[in-house]
Design a protein around this ligand. Sequence first.
Ligand code: SF4
Ligand code: MG
Length: 329
Amino acid sequence: AAPVLSVKDLRVHYTAESGNVTAVDGVSFDIGAGEVFGLAGESGCGKSTIANAVMRLLQSPAEITGGSIELNGRNLLALGDEELRRTRWRDVAMVFQSAMNSLNPVMTIGDQIVDVFTTHERMPKKAARERAAELLKLVDISPDRLKSYPHQLSGGMRQRAVIAIALALKPSLLIMDEPTTALDVVVQQEIMHQIKELQQELGFSILFITHDISLMVELSHRMAVMYAGRLVEVAPSKDMLGNPLHPYTNALMGAFPPLSGPRVELTGIPDAPPNMAHPPTGCRFHPRCPLAVDACRSTEPPLLQVAARHDAACLLVSEQAVPSERSSR
Ligand code: SF4
Ligand code: MG
């Protein structure tokens, strides 16, 4: 089946005080219909930049300098402002970390949802109210709350209301960038499991970004690990957990306890990620890699298919590899 999202050789640059930064450097991946795809990696590795690029929300000085992003076969990079406005929410919607603060404080939750329907679908007010009530029920909020203002809701409820708004126009792709990080851990897990149920019911695809690797492995079908602007490993999440092939993934996986244990962030790897204005030569992970050999300093490992549906970018694991087929779902 054709992918819902197809990102090919995406490049994003920006100019910082420290120099020219390639925040995303030749990233390719597909997300299938109904697939939950996770994107993992430490802060600053380019995950959010990819999310914002797909939403076409990158702001100057960040700029897409190469590659393509297709959503349901349409090139998002070729859309004009008006087409973009229609595509956002209707075809692709995003929930980000501080989204619960993006609600309008002086409008009721109901009016804000009704607004989405009347603006984007020219739906009559009465029908829009009914749909708004249904939507709130979908995320376990009582329709009585239509009359509430954001400050009258808990943080978790506000975030669920934002998710309801994101799903209002039935997008085929929902992007979630640290969607629950600002919330209490128990509430985070509740909300994410609820989204997973909704996803199974409604069939939309998800691009899921989180620091919480345990949650990602649990909720996503496939995932990619990103390091310093590049994908270093892509595999079904269970394989990523059970058989990580890239030393960086190994470190990430080793840095968190079993699924049933307490959740931790990705802080277990010594040293910091590189300064992206001056990334290391060869394999960008070599200064931190326990397995690095001489060749790693000079040879850039390409992302290659190393097992069924399993790609990795490491000189040590790719000796027998064949070039990656990105459609290897
Ligand atoms: Fe480590 Fe070398 Fe593999 Fe990079 S290519 S991850 S430095 S072993
Ligand atoms: Mg981020």
